[in-house]
Design a protein around this ligand. Structure first.
Ligand code: IPM
Ligand code: MG
Length: 362
């Protein structure tokens, strides 16, 4: 049965990298029997320019109908002074919240071909394969009250609320335990329970859920220590589960261990496995329009989409293998080039499509 994929290129390099993912999807449709219909819509600054809103109703309606969503990235400097609710990032946050995409999977895995691109010593990172499970629709990103108020003294005060209800902790913990069961069965929950009540509850609920997963080895770390351990000895981790803001920060750190944030995909899933797929990097306004961005994170996001939302595990494996093969063939965009020759965004996309076709022929 035909599946519908909503395509949201967004801002900055978003349009360039998504164009390469579309080439890949077209190839999967033509040569590999993927029966997917693609429909494009605006989000972020691009949507604001068209309609004055970063998440137009028509885009949200399309995303609701679709089986999966592929996004590029949102944000650009010219929108930074807009009111919060018209900023590009708000569109993305509203999309995550409206579709209840609470479970954000951010793998950080190092391709052996790129071991020298990491800022850490090869022996610390070779073979690295971590999955960060970040809670995505709660915590301080969405907690109320929030705002900036003026006190009686005339001084202004900014405030946000870090709040997690038990059911929110329970469902993200289950998501993480389920993933750990499919991997090396080690889960580290990251919190700040030595200071925050919300973390105390987080820890308690995670421990309760752990009773149902006796095969998973559960540990707990405070977030400051976790950030240190990630750069000290990252291979100690298998799956990490944490709240929205801690996950935002730790996943950027983990990404850098692998050499380039340009290599890492993500999936944001609801309780039924419907998902939004996006590279974890941002819109990179400094390199937008230059055709030097790395499209592999977006292409690998398509692989995650095939795996988690479209039930096409075999095609997902093909895409992963094709990406490995282009790296073996020496194709590198500037971010992973290590001082040697680099190829353009579209050359890299073409190389992946060619590698994919070669798999079909072999
Ligand atoms: C991310 C980004 C977003 C976030 C921004 C763009 C709102 O940093 O996906 O990690 O903070 O969640
Ligand atoms: Mg982030």
């Amino acid at each position: 049965m035909s599946k519908k994929i909503a395509i949201l290129p967004g801002d900055g390099i978003g349009t360039e990298i998504v164009a390469e993912a579309i080439k890949l999807l077209d190839c999967l449709n033509q040569d590999f029997g993927l029966d997917a219909e693609l429909e494009t819509a605006a989000i972020g600054g691009a949507a604001y320019d068209e309609s004055g809103r970063p998440l137009p109703d028509s885009t949200l309606a399309l995303c609701k109908q679709a089986d999966a969503i592929l996004m590029g990235s949102v944000g650009a400097p010219q929108y930074e002074s807009l009111d919060r609710e018209t900023r590009p990032e708000w569109g993305l946050l509203q999309l995550r919240a409206s579709l209840e995409l609470f479970s954000n999977l951010r793998p950080a895995m190092l391709y052996p071909q790129l071991v020298n691109a990491s800022s850490l010593k090869p022996e610390l990172v070779s073979g690295l394969d971590i999955m960060i499970v970040r809670e995505l629709t709660g915590g301080i990103y969405f907690g109320e009250p929030r705002g900036i108020r003026t006190l009686e003294s005339g001084e202004r005060e900014g405030f946000n609320t870090l709040v997690y209800a038990e059911h929110e902790i329970d469902r993200i913990a289950r998501s993480a335990f389920d993933i750990a069961m499919l991997r090396n069965r080690k889960l580290c929950s990251v919190d700040k329970a030595n200071v925050l009540e919300v973390s105390e509850l987080w820890r308690e609920v995670v421990k309760d859920v752990a009773r149902e997963y006796p095969e998973v080895e559960l540990s707990h770390l405070y977030v400051d220590n976790a950030s240190m351990q990630l750069v000290r000895a990252p291979k100690q981790f298998d799956v990490i589960v944490t709240g929205n803001m801690f996950g935002d920060i730790l996943s950027d750190t983990a990404a850098m261990l692998t050499g380039s944030i340009g290599m890492l995909p993500s999936a944001s899933l609801d309780k039924n496995g419907k998902g939004l797929y996006e590279p974890i990097h941002g819109s990179a306004p400094d390199i937008a329009g230059k055709s030097i961005a790395n499209p592999l994170a977006t292409i690998l996001s398509v692989a995650m989409m095939l795996r988690y939302s479209l039930e096409q595990t075999e095609l997902a494996n093909f895409v992963d293998v094709a990406v490995g093969n282009v790296l073996n063939q020496g194709f590198r965009t500037a971010d992973i080039a290590d001082g040697t020759n680099s190829v353009s965004t579209s050359d890299m996309g073409d190389a992946v499509v060619a590698a994919l076709r070669a798999l079909n022929d072999s």
